[in-house]
Design a protein. Structure first.
Ligand SMILES: Cc1cc2nc3c(=O)[nH]c(=O)nc-3n(C[C@H](O)[C@H](O)[C@H](O)COP(=O)(O)OP(=O)(O)OC[C@H]3O[C@@H](n4cnc5c(N)ncnc54)[C@H](O)[C@@H]3O)c2cc1C
Length: 348
């Protein structure tokens, strides 16, 4: 019979929960850790839908710093665990107004227009616009990456993983956190990390998440169903906050666009790509890759939590429990640092 007292319970087995479990197992090897998820781990969460692109980039100095540290951690873990991660070229296409702002931040080099067009004749660089070239990490299978982190932790540190178990409430009782589960069971833990992604506004710890000003927003990536050339880079259309990524199985491109639909439903079956979002995607392609415009026929839609500053937010009761939220559309890229910050919060 399993006893229900843990050193750490992590609620949510997406990328943030998996990074939290992995880091905790390394830094606190004796801890008894449980990850629980309301669904099958890796199924129907923001991580599973993710384009999982991780460039060294931030829209603020804080986000940039988190990004750099996260990338370093991903690379270290990749060396140890052979994660599904690949290096990929990134071409940033920027207007004259934005070009001056980003080269230092990206640390990239200018890609002359004739070189760009010779290598990628399907792309249009408008007059006076600039292209920069950098590298990024990208996961062809973020669910598998999550599973790999959890698998290592399970084998090395005896991590328990419970699929199909939903936490509904979290409160303090003396020295312990008490978690109530949807089926009526209760769990005791010295510490809890709540990493419930888009569900953060309605589950355990929701008051702390709301108090931090976190909101939910739709994320849309259109499927451009034309096979990308071999070794195609990712094109970032910086001014449109969009990117065109050659999908891992080489059958299509993913065009990630910025949706403005705030406070959307968390239930993915109630989300759909609107005609104006598809028109927006097609307009971006018409400008930068016109031959792909008519192949923009399908897509994926989910949601994520956004913080007021775009920097992920840890809140809760210091030394005891933390909510780790506000990936702000960059939660894959920043997950190792979000996890590190949550772990610091519950151990300080
Ligand atoms: C289409 C799309 C494209 C994206 N592209 C990128 C990108 O290129 N780069 C990037 O950095 N980011 C990207 N993102 C954002 C990124 O994927 C998310 O920020 C990140 O995956 C969030 O991870 P998470 O672990 O916080 O949440 P999730 O992956 O959603 O995991 C949360 C987990 O918690 C579980 N859960 C929820 N409530 C409970 C409960 N009460 N009890 C138990 N379990 C619970 C859920 O079942 C879920 O498995 C994209 C997102 C989408 C949707």
């Amino acid at each position: 019979m399993t006893s229900s007292r843990y050193d750490l319970v992590i609620v949510g087995g997406g990328i943030v929960g998996a990074c939290s479990a992995y880091m905790t197992a390394i830094s606190h090897p004796g801890w008894r850790i449980l990850v629980l998820d309301r669904q099958l781990i890796g199924d129907g969460n923001a991580t599973a839908y993710s384009a999982a692109l991780a460039p060294h980039f931030g829209r603020s100095p804080d986000q940039l710093e988190m990004s750099a540290r996260s990338l370093q951690l991903y690379r270290e873990w990749h060396q140890r665990l052979n994660l599904p991660l690949r290096d990929i070229d990134v071409v940033w296409i920027t207007s004259p107004e934005s070009a001056g702002r980003i080269p230092d931040m990206l640390g990239g080099e200018i890609l002359p227009a004739d070189e760009l067009l010779a290598a990628h004749p399907y792309v249009v660089l408008p007059p006076n616009w600039t292209a920069f070239r950098t590298r990024a990490l990208q996961s062809p299978d973020p669910s598998q990456l999550t599973a790999r982190l959890l698998h290592w932790t399970r084998k090395r540190a005896g991590l328990e993983v419970w699929d199909g178990v939903q936490a509904v409430d979290l409160h303090d009782e003396g020295e312990l956190c008490q978690l109530s589960l949807a089926d009526g069971r209760r769990l005791s833990a010295s510490k809890v990390i709540v990493a419930t992604g888009p569900w953060g506004l309605s589950g355990p710890g929701q008051e702390a998440v709301r108090a931090a000003g976190i909101r939910r927003k739709k994320i849309v990536a259109l499927h451009v169903q034309a096979p990308p050339p071999r070794d195609a880079p990712v094109f970032v259309f910086f001014d449109d906050e969009a990117f065109l990524l050659p999908w891992a199985d080489s059958s299509m491109w993913l065009l990630s666009i910025t949706s403005t639909e705030w406070d959307c439903d968390v239930d993915a079956s109630k989300l759909f790509i609107s005609s104006s979002e598809r028109a927006h995607g097609r307009a971006i392609l018409a400008g930068f890759a016109p031959s792909l415009r008519d192949a923009c026929v399908a897509g994926r839609v989910f949601s994520d939590t956004y913080s007021p500053t775009g920097v992920p937010c840890i809140s809760g009761l210091r030394g005891r429990w933390a909510t780790a939220n506000g990936g702000s559309g960059a939660g894959f890229r920043l997950a190792p640092e979000i996890a590190r910050a949550a772990l610091n919060w519950i151990t300080s």
